[in-house]
Design a binder for this molecule. Structure first.
Ligand code: NAP
Length: 200
């Protein structure tokens, strides 16, 4: 997901790819023209916006990133998902991954976005319209995240409210994964359509 986002974002933004391994970061960046790679901490210190795309169990790495990400926008694409038998399950009880990210980074502005868009869709996308649900505690943080979302051709941000709503956004991914698995439809995603009704 990180590489796909980096490729799409690099069309209109200066992008660096972070990794725990410098070699992996350089290798990933070499595949995407105009990007550079670096270890996570250096990239966090360099950026003005960080997009976090790691497995849920890995968000503990954020301890130690409070300073490098201080005062910056951090967008979480993380979905807390575990596999239990044939089903995917939401891995948290009462909070969302985005709220845990916000707790770990008290000096950053945190939003959630990109949670429901499959990497495979973004990889192939040639500007196809898709709404991206964004949760953030302030409208200002949402607007900042929205600029980044809009910088990927075809993507449109849709504000769903504060981070307390992020769990619904993340849970939607679990539902889609189960629908895809149970229905044998690996190609599905959530798309919002206009009801055609004029706004009151
Ligand atoms: N794949 C999708 O279609 C998709 C779509 C929407 C959202 N998401 C969400 O995006 C996140 C990443 O998904 P993904 O499919 O890209 O996962 P992934 O390929 O398994 O992991 C992404 C990167 O996370 C880093 N990582 C893995 N384990 C780590 C650990 N223990 N500590 C620190 N970093 C670790 C690795 O980078 P380094 O080894 O280079 O450090 C790895 O390349 C997930 O939370 C997922 O729910 C995924």
């Amino acid at each position: 997901m990180g590489s796909v986002l980096a490729r799409q974002l690099s069309k209109r933004n200066e992008v660096r790819i972070g990794s725990r391994s410098l070699d992996r970061a350089i290798a990933a960046a070499a595949k995407i023209r105009g990007t550079k790679g670096g270890v996570d901490r250096d990239v966090a210190a360099w950026c003005d916006t960080a997009v976090l795309s790691v497995p849920f169990y890995a968000i503990g790495i954020l301890i130690g990133f409070t300073r490098p990400l201080s005062g910056k926008l951090v967008i979480s694409a993380v979905n807390p998902i575990v596999r239990e038998g044939d089903l995917f399950q939401y891995a948290l009880a009462d909070r969302s991954a985005a709220e845990l990210v916000a707790s770990a980074l008290p000096l950053s502005r945190v939003a959630t976005a990109f949670n429901n868009v499959p990497a495979a869709f973004l990889r192939k996308s040639t500007g196809q319209r898709l709404d991206i649900l964004v949760a953030a505690d302030s409208k200002r943080t949402y607007e900042e995240a929205a600029v980044l979302v809009r910088s990927i051709p075809g993507l449109r941000p849709l504000y769903v409210g504060p981070l307390s709503q992020a769990q619904s956004v993340e849970r939607l991914t679990v539902m889609v994964l189960n629908a895809a698995k149970l229905g044998g439809r690996s190609d599905i995603l959530v798309r919002f359509v206009s009801s055609g009704r004029k706004q009151a």
